[in-house]
Design a protein around this ligand. Structure first.
Ligand code: SF4
Length: 225
């Protein structure tokens, strides 16, 4: 049974140990979206809402060749862009957001993706999660990206009680030094995909099981494999 001490210092030490073990377990953890520049990542992240990264990568392979810069998305007729991204779902809204965001890039940022949270949040389709992806992957600014896996694991590991991604982000930021934020969220996502599944976490195969309170909770006993 994992005995969890919840003082701030103990939580920080446990978070660091979880970080170290997950980094060893998933040395290749990284952003799963394919991109070669900030604009491509911006578009891919907008497309990734309610869609798998694998599907987004299939769509963006040709999309990025067809629309190489922000101006080319703005020039594209809405229907043409919708058709090009249809496989990602919610394609009408996503096409609108991409075109509006790209129009803002052209009008206000010289066609480039800005590098501050404040500026990124002014773009259509960009919330804190997308902004954090861009900040830590492209701007070299430390950030924690809270997706569904990251949020679920942070709760199971007892690092937050929150369901709101912004609050989870704040809770995790307090536990680890900023140079570990980016890879902590990537490692949690990889662990969520490989072992700590939503419906049936494989706790018996988990490298951080002795650091995790979840298997001893009622829900954990009910669903763990
Ligand atoms: S022990 Fe189970 S619930 Fe905890 S992180 Fe590992 S797989 Fe997830």
């Amino acid at each position: 049974m994992a005995k969890i001490v919840r003082t701030r210092a103990a939580q920080k030490a446990r978070a660091l140990e979880v970080y170290d073990r997950l980094r060893k377990a998933y040395p290749d953890a990284r952003c799963s979206l394919d991109f070669t520049n900030p604009l491509e990542l911006l578009v891919a992240t907008i497309l990734a809402a309610q869609c798998t990264d694998e599907r987004v990568n299939m769509v963006t392979k040709s999309l990025f060749q067809r629309y190489p810069d922000a101006a080319s998305y703005v020039r594209a007729p809405q229907e043409e862009l919708e058709e090009a991204i249809r496989a990602c779902g919610f394609y009408r809204n996503k096409a609108k957001n991409i075109r509006n965001a790209c129009a803002a890039l052209v009008e206000r940022f010289g066609g480039r993706v800005p590098e501050t949270m404040e500026e990124l949040l002014t773009l259509d389709g960009v919330g804190r999660k997308t902004a954090n992806v861009l900040l830590c992957e492209c701007a070299g600014t430390p950030a924690i990206v809270v997706d569904t896996h990251c949020g679920r694991l942070a709760r199971r590991l007892g690092f937050t009680k929150a369901r709101d991604p912004d609050k989870i982000e704040q809770d995790l930021m307090k536990l680890l030094p900023s140079d570990k934020w980016r890879m902590f969220s990537h490692s949690l996502v990889f662990h969520g995909r490989a072992i700590c599944h939503a419906r049936g976490p494989k706790c018996s195969q988990c490298p951080v099981a002795d650091l995790c309170p979840f298997p001893d909770t009622q829900e954990g006993k009910r669903i763990a494999k």
